[in-house]
Ligand binder design. Sequence first.
Ligand SMILES: *Cc1c(COP(=O)(O)O)cnc(C)c1O
Length: 404
Amino acid sequence: MSEPRGNAVRSEPSARAAQLDAADELAGLRKRFVLDDAVYLDGNSLGALPADVPARIDDVVRRQWGELRIRSWEESGWWTAPERIGDRIAPLVGAAPGQIVVGDSTSVNVFKALVGAVRLAGDGRDEIVVDATTFPTDGYIAASAARLTGCELRPVEPAEVPGALGPRTAAVLLNHVDYRTGRLHDLPSLTAAIHDAGALAVWDLCHSAGALPVGLDAHGVDLAVGCTYKYLNGGPGSPAYLYVAAAHQDRFDSPLPGWNSHAEPFGMSPTYAPAPGALRGRVGTPDILSMLALEAALDVWDGVSVDSVRAKSLALTDFFLDCVSQYVPEGRVESLTPPAHADRGSQVALRCADAGTVMKSLIEQGVIGDFRHPDVLRFGFTPLYVGFADVERAARVLGRTLGG
Ligand SMILES: *Cc1c(COP(=O)(O)O)cnc(C)c1O
């Protein structure tokens, strides 16, 4: 029997990876991140470190804090950082300037947005609809927001939301991309259905911002929140953001009206008067160190189009699914991620027996994804620093681990 020349069949995916990498217009961005030989497919949980961040933080700590001290609130732009950095995030989620502030955690911003939305919806509407498949924190906060506002909470699968809306619906809280399966929900049509019912749409963008176009303004989203430590690479615990559409800002009544959102914060008045615009979403003193790390991390986005990020993200997930079907023995994994591009975020979730043990083994072999209870292997693809050769290697290691 003659040997197939050059082991042609086995090397096919790696040849394809090399072609795709050579044609990748975002490939040059990888060197702007601190990475090693591992294949890092966990950027949907904690984005990698942008290489310029340590020097910026060193300057913030040693010079701005160490030397300028209190003067930095003005001279280093600390006081205005929440709205300044909000305006840096705005183009990544399709928002005009002046509608986003950065600060607090996603959980806290879900609370502000949801209670604010119910207050905007007005009297007679006493129901909050929440994504039944949501990341848990949004569900917990929604339940508390419902109790505080005297609303009933209705968990509904995103696809079923249009049928669940009615004259009682005040607000609907949805995840744009499902954190477990990577399913992308139809933000334009769901937002339109919510508006037809006279309710407000609140979107959680944790798994979409930085990975795909969102179009907040174009689709008339009312309020939105998102974290910055996933695809925006802001660092562990970096502050989240809150979007309040310009049309609602005058009536947005924050349930956490701290002094930073006061019209005259240094007037030290005993009575509250809200600041105009996005500032109304602020609460207390901003977490400057995390916030300025995030600001430095956002520099990598200069000149990067979200459309090209989306195109590469889809190519990466397509290629991963292809390689998995070639390398992994039949029946060992089942993809929970929708095959249609229109329904897919930037991750692939594979259901797999013994997923926890399998992921441990992958990590030992330099392929970093994560395990989600009870049986999901999750792989996130950050187009700014993941390449096609990484994808091929990850699938190959997975195949070998599963006996392929
Ligand atoms: C990651 C994530 C969160 C995280 O909330 P924190 O308050 O930042 O811990 C919330 N919601 C969704 C949908 C997420 O994916």
